[in-house]
Every structure is written in C-alpha cells, then in structure tokens.
Design a binder for this molecule. Structure first.
Ligand SMILES: C[S@@+](CC[C@H](N)C(=O)[O-])C[C@H]1O[C@@H](n2cnc3c(N)ncnc32)[C@H](O)[C@@H]1O
Length: 212
C-alpha cells in the first residue's frame, strides 16, 4: 500500500505497531497547541462532566483530570490501540472511576441524554461517518447550556498536505470556516463562535457552540 494512504488510515484510526509506537506521540506534538487552546476556551470547573471524542493517546484527558475533581471525564475513540494507550496514561484516574474511556464512535455515544457540560473534539470531524447526524448525537448527550468545542484545521490548510489531498476518501469532511460554523448552527447550537489562531504554516481553529 502506498505510504500516504497508510499514514491517512493511521490518522483516521491508529492501529498495529505503527499506531502503537508512532501515531499517538506524533499527534501530541502536532496537535498539542490546539488542545491547549481548547482547554483554555473550555473554562473547565471542578464539578464539570466532560466528554472528549477521539482522544488519541489521552494527553488532554490527563490535563482535564487535573482540573475536574467532583465531576467526571469520559472519552470515546474507535481505535483499540488509542484506548489502551490512554488507559495506561490515565491509570490512576481510570481506577478511581473519575475517567472512563470507551472504544466507541461519535455515531453511537455510550452515554445517557443530557450527561455532559463540555464536549471537546480535535481533528476528528474529518473522519465522522455522517457529520449532520453525528452532531445530533453529540447534542443528545449534552446538558442544556453545555458547550461543544470543535477543533480542526480548515479545508485550505488541510489540502496543502499531500496525505490529505490524495486521500479524500479517508479525509471525507473538510470545512471552510463558514461551513463548519454553519454545521453547528444548522444542528441547533447557539452563540456559535469561531476562534482562530494563526500558526507558522496553518491556523488552529476551534468553533464553540452552546446547546440551548
Ligand atoms: C487525527 S487523530 C486526533 C487525535 C487527537 N484528538 C489529536 O488531536 O491529537 C483522530 C482520532 O479520532 C479517532 N476517531 C476517528 N473516527 C472516530 C469516530 N467516528 N468516533 C470517535 N473517534 C474517532 C481516531 O481513532 C483517532 O484517535
């Protein structure tokens, strides 16, 4: 299989030896600043119940667990390898029950209606099987007044990368700023606000919406 296809598949769903040894670590390096931005925008409180969709190897889960004391953190990711790495990284918090990590898709979130105060995702929306429906599933598990933070790189930046441009069957959903804002607004989120930070070669973007 061609190398770029292999990389694209690993980014969508890390697996096997490559997933175990390289993908999580390299994601932390390239996506750490976007997660830091998310943590700041989240205004996390000790009593919050938080969901992260597509947590990779669980770096942000650990950082959120430092803030959340009486609340809880749930993570879902479709990759067995990422779930296992994130569980290892967050062993104590998983043991105590504060952090719960599941192998599951955004298409079918294993949580009751109106469970979470914050939902965060970074660099996963490209791979969602059906964003219009999946975002309704995100809304379902959110409390009224809860905040959804959708972190991504925009279509123009993504298409600069050969691995993305040559594998649109894997990177299925790419958005301009207007398109991602509309996705949240059409789903029913209110106070939808994009936050954009220009880095050296691309912009980090987080679109924030509130469930009415
Ligand atoms: C490019 S990685 C991003 C990981 C991390 N959020 C970051 O920014 O470094 C995409 C992650 O989303 C997960 N993922 C892909 N499709 C998903 C889906 N439908 N539901 C939940 N997680 C998914 C992958 O397994 C992978 O861990």
């Amino acid at each position: 299989m061609r190398m770029k296809k292999l990389i694209a598949r690993q980014l969508r769903k890390p697996s096997g030896i490559a997933g175990r040894w390289f993908v999580g670590k390299s994601l932390n390096k390239s996506n750490g600043p976007l997660e830091d931005m998310g943590l700041e925008l989240m205004q996390l409180q000790p009593e919050h119940h938080v969901l992260e969709v597509g947590f990779g190897n669980g770096r942000l889960i650990s950082r959120m667990a430092e803030v959340v004391k009486e609340g809880s953190i749930t993570g879902i990711d479709i990759s067995r390898v990422m779930v296992s790495q994130a569980k290892k990284k967050n062993r104590d918090a998983v043991r105590s029950g504060k952090v719960k990590l599941h192998r599951a898709s955004v298409a079918d979130i294993p949580a009751a209606e109106a469970t979470f105060d914050r939902v965060f995702t970074a660099n996963t929306v490209y791979f969602w099987p059906d964003p219009t429906t999946n975002i309704q599933e995100v809304l379902r598990v959110m409390n009224s007044g809860a905040i959804f933070l959708c972190g991504l790189r925009l279509k123009g930046d993504m298409l600069q990368m050969d691995v993305v441009a040559e594998n649109r069957d894997i990177f299925q959903n790419l958005y301009t700023l207007d398109e991602i804002t509309s996705l949240l607004e059409s789903a029913g989120f209110v106070k939808v606000t994009p936050h954009v930070v220009q880095r050296k070669y691309f912009s980090d973007v987080i679109v924030v919406g509130t469930k009415p």
